[in-house]
Design a binder for this molecule. Structure first.
Ligand code: ARG
Length: 465
């Protein structure tokens, strides 16, 4: 870094800034991620100044060309930052002025970093939020693929309280996660629609005395509309908080998926084998194969939740309108979305290459007690009130648990049950009987696969993928 001009506010403040001030207040180290958005926003602002007659054609051209040069320098890594570039906005404007002289010095006319940074961050979120939604969509496509190619004999115990409950098709289990991610995509769509507002033209907080047209600038930037209130425009960070919530809830979904993969890949379950390329070893124990991606998807939920709660705490005491505290919006947002993105890609790879072990799943599911509900429902069909049937079958299971006869044997000997009662104990029968809409058996799951395909196609239209 070279030591050249003073900060932007020279005039009112004459003493040079202390190192302590610069080190503590700078945001360049992280808001450099907004460089492309800052330049895009500046281009639209310059065109707006032209339409307002505040810059002539030669000046517009000079500033736009200077912005191109700055973009190229930043892209190539040849951009020289200086000590007083406290943020990306300052750095870009300083360099534009070096290149374009007095035309460059007009760039900030009618604009404040307050409306500028809010604009940049909304542009950033529009792109990066969309990218998260696309990655979610791709993970869903993988889950759907794996579900569609699972067979009617691929079933496993469904669990409640992590105790075996009733068998479900593997496809049904995978699709359960598919629908959670479908809601995440819906939430991205909803949050990004609400974030689609241009703050540019709000100035520092109150608008401008110059003849600017925020509607035209909003349109130029591809925003759906402009702000309604200049105070709100520069102080509103709801779009950040909402994106953080969407990311946090989605990371919680990934965490729960991760937890299942950890369980399923354990020797105790043995339901899946993670591909070597997506598993890790131990530095000491040669026998180990570890599900680190699944664990980190789970572990990183902690930091994404922290980003949300930390930022809400930053916001809660702020009076209108812009306060420097708002600079704390960027790191949690950048961190949350990059953590989520990486997790989505890595977990998709795990699912793409995951080997299912259906015989282990079936062995865990084909235990006679998982038919208990079906046996009770058999009694219901024969006229017994469900509560009595529940008690009757409960005592059969209890007798079986004492060890002498299996549940199937106890049930077969019970004359309240008709002659075909033992059909309930045929391998796979419990899952085949789950026939109601949205249920875990073959007929509803096949309908559900169609619904999932429709949902994915709808999403693809919105996402333009
Ligand atoms: N770096 C600042 C931020 O991220 C830019 C806005 C600064 N505005 C100001 N009035 N100091 O929020």
């Amino acid at each position: 870094m070279t030591d050249v001009p003073g900060p932007l506010w020279r005039g009112r403040i004459v003493e040079p800034p202390s190192d302590d001030l610069l080190r503590f207040t700078e945001s360049l180290s992280f808001d450099v991620a907004l460089a492309a958005d800052d330049i895009e926003g500046s281009r639209a602002h310059v065109r707006g100044l032209g339409r307002a007659g505040l810059l002539d054609d030669g000046e517009i051209d000079a500033v736009l060309r200077a912005l191109d040069t700055v973009a190229e320098e930043l892209r190539a890594g040849s951009f020289q930052f200086v000590r007083t570039d406290e943020d990306i906005h300052t750095a870009v404007e300083r360099r534009v002025t070096e290149i374009a002289g007095s035309a460059g010095a007009k760039l900030h006319t009618g604009r404040s970093r307050n409306d500028q940074v809010a604009t940049d961050l909304r542009l950033w979120l529009r792109r990066e939020g969309h990218a998260c939604a696309v990655r979610t969509h791709l993970l869903q496509a993988t889950l759907l693929d794996r579900a569609a190619s699972a067979g009617e004999d691929d079933y496993l115990p469904g669990y409640t309280h992590l105790q075996r409950a009733q068998p479900v098709l593997l496809a049904h289990h995978l699709l359960a996660h598919f629908w959670a991610f479908a809601r995440d995509v819906d939430r991205w769509r909803d949050a990004l629609t609400r974030a689609d507002v241009s703050p540019l033209g709000a100035g520092a907080l109150a608008g401008s005395s110059l003849p600017l047209d925020p509607d035209a600038v909003a349109e130029d930037l591809g925003f759906a509309r402009r702000f309604e209130n200049s105070l709100d425009a520069v102080s509103d960070r709801d779009f950040v908080a909402e994106a953080l919530f969407v990311a946090a809830l989605e990371q919680v979904h990934l965490s729960r998926v991760g937890e299942e993969l950890v369980l399923w890949s354990s020797e105790e379950f043995g339901f899946v084998r993670i591909a070597d390329a997506y598993a890790t070893g131990s530095s000491m124990m040669p026998n180990k194969k570890n599900p680190d991606i699944a664990e980190l998807a789970r572990g990183k939920a902690g930091r994404v939740l922290g980003n949300l709660t930390g930022f809400l705490a930053t916001l809660k005491g702020l009076p209108l309108s812009y306060n420097r505290d708002l600079q704390e919006d960027k790191e949690p947002l950048f961190d949350a979305l990059s953590t989520l993105s990486l997790s989505l890609v890595a977990l998709r790879g795990v699912f793409d290459t995951l080997e299912f072990v259906p015989e282990r799943m079936r062995a865990a599911a084909d235990v006679d007690v998982v038919a208990a509900t079906d046996v009770a429902e058999q009694l219901v069909r024969e006229g017994m009130p469900f509560r009595d049937a529940h008690a009757a079958v409960g005592s059969m299971v209890r007798e079986a648990s004492s060890g002498e006869r299996s549940f199937a044997e106890v049930a077969a000997a019970d004359d309240r049950l008709g002659p075909d009662a033992h059909d309930a104990f045929l391998a796979g029968e419990a899952v085949r009987r789950r026939s109601t809409p949205g249920g875990a058996g073959p007929a509803p799951v096949s309908a559900q696969l169609d619904q999932a395909r429709v949902r994915l196609a709808d999403q693809a239209t919105w996402l333009r993928v």
